[in-house]
Design a protein around this ligand. Structure first.
Ligand SMILES: Nc1ncnc2c1ncn2[C@@H]1O[C@H](COP(=O)(O)OP(=O)(O)O)[C@@H](O)[C@H]1O
Ligand SMILES: [Mg+2]
Length: 231
């Protein structure tokens, strides 16, 4: 579904991604792991058309490199950035409405699906999103992106700074996506949540992919973990 070949990305003169290759099949959950600064978020931004890049990014057979972010979103790629950007003065429900593409007809997902997954959001549906806790804002961002009915969702460090209970909820969300056949690119620092849910794990270091394999093979590879993941 998604095929990235020899991707290079730049911030001005600073060359950050050095020939990244990455594939995600339909319904596949791929973890993209690495330390801070390794280039994971830049890879996500490159897919979404938010950073200067070269190479090829194929999506359902078309080359999307150079397209605008909203066009890429409309082609079925959802993006949950690392900064949980909700609309703080709108209610939870209004935030979800803004995530809908068109009028939401024919979408795989309803408001009830979101509130069923995260009952806390149902309780707070008429509350301004700006007063929610960090965990609730993360749930809301995850749900808002899902309301756009993406075929692939890119999620950047969804569990960063969250309590274990909320991390579990994020795990449930990922299982729901998997059950519906949505592809996922899950960006995390370490194996943790990615371990239980991902089909494949990639590790980035200094803007390149330095490991590819199953989560089990990564767990077994002490060298890669020590060199590229553990602090
Ligand atoms: N907006 C930016 N301008 C310049 N350099 C950036 C910018 N964002 C990230 N970088 C640099 O690009 C590299 C990769 O960063 P990033 O993709 O955010 O890593 P990660 O998400 O894996 O922590 C780092 O060296 C970082 O300092
Ligand atoms: Mg990042």
């Amino acid at each position: 579904m998604l095929n990235i070949d020899n991707l290079h990305a730049y911030y001005g003169k600073s060359h950050v991604l050095h020939g990244v290759n990455l594939e995600i099949g339909q319904g596949e959950i791929v973890a993209l792991l690495g330390r801070n600064g390794s280039g994971r978020s830049t890879t996500a931004k490159a897919i979404m058309g938010l950073v200067d890049c070269e190479g090829r990014i194929g999506w359902k057979g078309q080359d999307i490199l150079g397209r605008k972010a909203y066009e890429i979103a409309h082609l079925g790629i959802g993006y949950v950035p690392e900064n949980r950007d909700i609309f703080p003065t709108l209610t939870v429900h209004q935030n979800l409405m803004l995530g809908q593409k068109g009028k939401g007809q024919g979408s795989r997902w309803s408001f009830d699906d979101m509130y069923g997954m995260f009952p806390r959001l149902r309780e707070r549906q008429h509350t301004e999103a700006g007063v929610l806790s960090g965990g609730e804002q993360q749930m809301l961002t995850l749900c808002r992106t899902l309301m756009g009915d993406p075929d692939l969702i890119i999620i950047d460090e969804p569990t960063e700074g969250l309590a274990p209970k909320i991390v579990e909820l994020v795990g449930e969300y990922l299982k729901t996506l998997k059950a519906k056949g949505i592809s996922v690119l899950l960006i995390e620092q370490k194996l943790t949540i990615a371990m239980t849910i991902s089909d494949r794990a990639l590790v980035m270091g200094h803007g390149s992919i330095v490991f590819q394999g199953t989560p089990e093979s990564l767990r077994a590879d002490a060298y890669v973990r020590k060199e590229w993941l553990e602090v």
